[in-house]
Design a protein around this ligand. Structure first.
Ligand SMILES: [Zn+2]
Length: 433
C-alpha cells in the first residue's frame, strides 16, 4: 500500500447527541425539522430569521429542501442547545430516516464555529509574539480560502451519532487534527468555494458505506496564506506563514544574515535587519554590530569589533591593536597581557633543548659561529622560535622566523639574569658571521 492510499479504518469517531445533530442539521438546511411517528419533515424558518452563525448569512440564502411528508404536530429542533423533547418515533428510527434522507440529497454545508472568518481575526495574536526595535510590522498579504473536509455520520449506541472526518482524497483526520480545526463545534456555512459534488466524490461514498456511515456534510475550513512584513527604517523582511487559520500561530523568523531563529528583530548601523540576540555594541566604536563580528580583547576585556584586533603570537588571543608592546626578550610585537617585566610568556618559559633539535641544528648549520654557544633553550610562538644559547658570562638570544629560518633579531645579556639588549649590526656580524 502506498503511503497516500486512504486508510478509512484509521478514522477517528467523535460522538454527538442525536438532538444536537438534528438541531445542527435543521440549522444547516435553513429551517426546522419536525419529528413524527413515521418520519420527519422540514419546516420553513421564520421569514428574515438570521442564521445562527452570526456571519451575516441569511437562512433564506440557502436552498430550501423538503424531505417529504406533511407537516404535523411534533417538536421543532432549531435552537442550540436543543431543548429535551419527546419524539413520536424512537430516536434510532428517526436518525436512520434522517441520515438516509440527507444522504440522498446534497451534503449540508458546515464550518468550524470558532474559526477566524476574516484576516483581521488573525493578526492580533500573530503580532503580539514579535518585537521589532524601532520599527513596525504588518500583514503584507493574507489570503483566506475555504478548504473542504467531508464528514460521514452513522448512528451510535445511546441515542447518539458519531462522525468521522476525511480529506477529499479519502485520508481520515487524526484526533489531533480534529481538535486543531475545532471540528467538535460546527455551524452552518454558505461560503463553499466550489461545488461540493467535487468534494464528496464517489470514492468517499464508498468509504462511508464500508464504515456503515453516510456522507451528509461538507465542512469548509479556512486556510490562511500570509506574509508578515517587519520594517525598520527603509529595510524590511518578510515572513511567509501558512496553515489552518484557526491554529495559525506565530513562527520564528530566521535572521536574514545569520539564520538564527528569533521573535525579536533589530537593525545594525547600516540598516540591515537582524536577530536582536545576534547584536552587541562595540565598546570602542559604540556601534551596534553582529556578535559574530566581535571579539573580546585579551588586555582590556572589552567586546569590540574583531577587525580592530590582531592575534597575539604568544597567547593566540585577539587583542586590540593599540594594546600591543614590543617584548624586550624577543623583540616581537605581543599583547600587553602576556608581558611581565617586559618579557613575553614565551621568553620567560624557554625549555632546554639538545643541539640536535631541528631548529638548533639548522641554525648551527647556517651560522657555524653559533657553535661557540651551548646549553640551548627554546620556545615557539605562532610566528617565531625563540632560541637562547649560553656560555660562561652571557646569553645569546635569537628570534628566528618559523617560515623562513631567518634570524629576525639577535640580542645578548650578561649573566643569567642580565637585561637582554639587541645587538648592533657589527655585533651581529661578529656573532653570526
Ligand atoms: Zn618575547
Amino acid at each position: 500500500m502506498k503511503p497516500s492510499d486512504p486508510q478509512p479504518d484509521a478514522a477517528v469517531w467523535t460522538t454527538q447527541d442525536w438532538r444536537a445533530f438534528a438541531a445542527q442539521t435543521a440549522d444547516a438546511i435553513g429551517g426546522a425539522l419536525e419529528c413524527r411517528e413515521d418520519g420527519y419533515s422540514e419546516i420553513a424558518a421564520p421569514a428574515a430569521a438570521p442564521a445562527a452563525d452570526g456571519a451575516g448569512h441569511k437562512s433564506e440564502a440557502r436552498g430550501r429542501r423538503r424531505f417529504g411528508g406533511a407537516k404535523q404536530n411534533e417538536v421543532v429542533l432549531a435552537e442550540e442547545p436543543p431543548a429535551p423533547f419527546a419524539c413520536g418515533a424512537p430516536p434510532a428510527a428517526f436518525l436512520e430516516m434522517l441520515l438516509g434522507s440527507l444522504a440522498a440529497h446534497a451534503p449540508i454545508q458546515l464550518r468550524p464555529a470558532d474559526q477566524p472568518e476574516a484576516v483581521h481575526d488573525l493578526s492580533p495574536g500573530l503580532f503580539a509574539a514579535y518585537q521589532v526595535d524601532g520599527g513596525a510590522m504588518h500583514l503584507a498579504g493574507c489570503r483566506l480560502t475555504d478548504r473542504p473536509l467531508v464528514r460521514v455520520t452513522r448512528p451510535a449506541a445511546g441515542d447518539q451519532v458519531e462522525h468521522a472526518f476525511f480529506l477529499p482524497d479519502g485520508q481520515p483526520l487524526a484526533e489531533a487534527q480534529i481538535a486543531e480545526l475545532g471540528l467538535d463545534r460546527l455551524a452552518p456555512s454558505s461560503s463553499a468555494s466550489y461545488p461540493h459534488e467535487t468534494v464528496a466524490a464517489p470514492a468517499l461514498e464508498r468509504i462511508a458505506t464500508r464504515l456503515g456511515a453516510r456522507v451528509v456534510a461538507v465542512v469548509w475550513v479556512k486556510h490562511a496564506e500570509c506574509r508578515l512584513r517587519f520594517e525598520i527604517g527603509d529595510a524590511w523582511h518578510d515572513l511567509p506563514l501558512a496553515g489552518w487559520a484557526r491554529s495559525l500561530g506565530p513562527a520564528p523568523v530566521a535572521c536574514p544574515v545569520t539564520g538564527r531563529e528569533t521573535f525579536h528583530l533589530t537593525a545594525l548601523e547600516d540598516g540591515t535587519i537582524v536577530a536582536a540576540e545576534e547584536v552587541g555594541v562595540c565598546q570602542q566604536t559604540r556601534k551596534r554590530e553582529l556578535a559574530r563580528d566581535m571579539a573580546r580583547c585579551s588586555v582590556t576585556g572589552q567586546t569590540v569589533l574583531a577587525e580592530l584586533c590582531d592575534e597575539c603570537p604568544v597567547s593566540g588571543l585577539p587583542t586590540l591593536a593599540t594594546e600591543f608592546d614590543e617584548c624586550s626578550g624577543c623583540g616581537e610585537r605581543v599583547s600587553r597581557a602576556t608581558l611581565l617585566r617586559g618579557e613575553c610568556a614565551a621568553c620567560r618559559n624557554l625549555l632546554k633543548v639538545s643541539d640536535i633539535d631541528e631548529v638548533i641544528a639548522e641554525l648551527l648549520g647556517r651560522y657555524p659561529k653559533l657553535r661557540r654557544w651551548g646549553r640551548w633553550r627554546a620556545a615557539q610562538t605562532g610566528e617565531v622560535a625563540i632560541v637562547e644559547g649560553r656560555r660562561l658570562l652571557g646569553r645569546l638570544r635569537l628570534t628566528v622566523g618559523i617560515d623562513t629560518g631567518d634570524v629576525r633579531r639577535a640580542a645578548i645579556a650578561r649573566g643569567p639574569w642580565g637585561q637582554v639588549r639587541a645587538l648592533t649590526d657589527a655585533e651581529r656580524g661578529e656573532q653570526l658571521g
